[in-house]
Design a protein around this ligand. Structure first.
Ligand code: THU
Length: 130
């Protein structure tokens, strides 16, 4: 967990945030034991902005077919940075409901299961196909 947090913090230096200047870093651990990193990447048109969590998840999924066990999130803010709703939904596609989300802020840590941050979620099992 400490390594994952340190790796997320290291990612802050890669954040591309000319519009918000709000830097976020993420690092995830796959069930196969690999670590993937991500930072937030903003855009002049605003909506194409990609959060740090999704950058890490998309790098992981595009590289190998595996499930995600844990994801750590760090920012340069004075508060804990909570994953946005879109990132929680993307996590739910590739993490089990008991997958772990770790938030770091100035050495303090909070840990949650995905199910706590995204209860009653919509997922693959809700889509009925003939
Ligand atoms: N952001 C993340 O990267 N992750 C989060 O969990 C919350 C928000 C980014 C998106 C944008 O670049 C900046 O933070 C301000 O919203």
């Amino acid at each position: 967990v400490e390594k994952l947090i340190d790796t997320a913090i290291e990612q802050l230096k890669f954040s591309y945030t000319p519009y918000s200047n709000f830097k976020v870093g993420a690092a995830l651990l796959t069930k196969s034991g690999k670590i993937y990193t991500g930072c937030n990447i903003e855009n002049a048109a605003y909506t194409p902005t990609n959060c740090a969590e999704r950058t890490a998840i998309f790098k992981c999924v595009s590289d190998q077919k595996t499930r995600i066990k844990k994801i750590a999130i760090a920012s340069d803010s004075n508060e804990f940075t909570w994953p946005c709703g879109i990132c929680r939904q993307v996590m739910s596609e590739f993490m089990d409901s008991d997958g772990i989300i770790i938030l770091e802020n100035h050495g303090l840590i909070k840990k949650f299961k995905l199910d706590e941050l995204l209860p009653h979620s919509f997922g693959a099992c809700d889509i009925k196909t003939e």
